[in-house]
Design a protein around this ligand. Structure first.
Ligand code: PGA
Length: 249
């Protein structure tokens, strides 16, 4: 298993610029002494510049919540990897279930985005996960396998080594009901098996868990073998809670 752990904040569309500034002012006072835990904050596009400036020189890295698969041109409303790099971004969340479900992003589109991110030397945080219906119908393995193979089949082993996967069961996101220890443990192992079957070294792949991670369940979830950190939505909006989760990793 990788030695590095990840504590990643996905603020979604929840903050204004002043919310973001207050969060970072608070975050700047936190002591991030655990070198084995990497912290990443993913604000809205409009907060990237300011948050990037404020985080500059701190131990916390900057990420975006989405990116275009195109590099430039007539794509009204889109943001490119180059745009993100100018803001100081290093990470990009891709394939989040809200983008797959609400924005209708396909596996093919997500795979193109991952390729673009890797080509531009950014780091993708690829989200995968099943809906409750898919889990109840026994299709979890099938869904994860489809979501992973769509992306991985087209990348090189060297690029694969720069990927982070976040297992986020759709039914656990924003519901306050996290997946159980058994489900997380079993599913992370399934993901490693799928990756190995696709011919990649799954032991090196960081696999994060996401879905209602909070300051009160982080300790238990952090202990699960094969969990290399968390992608955190709701609880990452509160600097104290996010810091408490960091300390429990
Ligand atoms: P949540 O969101 O922590 O609010 O469940 C996680 C995510 O969507 O990445």
């Amino acid at each position: 298993m990788p030695n590095q752990k990840y504590c990643i904040a996905n603020w979604k569309m929840n903050f204004t610029l002043s919310n973001a500034e207050s969060f970072i002012q608070n975050w700047e006072n936190k002591s991030l002494t655990n070198a084995s835990v990497k912290t990443v904050i993913c604000p809205s596009f409009t907060e990237l510049s300011k948050v990037g400036q404020m985080l500059n020189g701190s131990g916390t890295e900057l990420g975006a919540q989405n990116v275009s698969e195109e590099s430039k041109g007539a794509f009204t409303g889109e943001i490119s990897c180059e745009n993100l790099q100018e803001m100081g971004c290093k990470w990009v969340i891709v394939g989040h279930s809200e983008r797959r479900g609400i924005m209708g992003e396909s596996d093919v589109k997500i795979a193109s985005k991952v390729r673009r991110i890797l080509n531009k030397n950014l780091f993708p945080i690829l989200c995968i996960g099943e809906t409750i219906e898919e889990r109840n119908e026994g299709k979890t393995q099938l869904v994860l396998s489809r979501q992973l193979s769509a992306v991985i089949e087209y990348i090189s082993p060297a690029d694969f080594n720069r990927m982070v996967v976040a297992y986020e069961p759709v039914w656990a996101i924003g519901t306050g009901v996290n997946a159980t220890v058994d489900i997380i443990s079993e599913t992370h192992q399934k993901i490693r098996n799928i990756v190995s079957e696709l011919g990649f070294n799954s032991e090196k792949l960081p696999i994060l868990y996401g879905g209602s991670v909070s300051d009160s369940n982080a300790e238990e979830l952090a202990k699960i073998k094969g969990v290399d950190g968390f992608l955190i939505g709701g609880a990452s909006l509160d600097a104290e809670k996010f810091y408490s989760i960091y300390k429990q990793l």
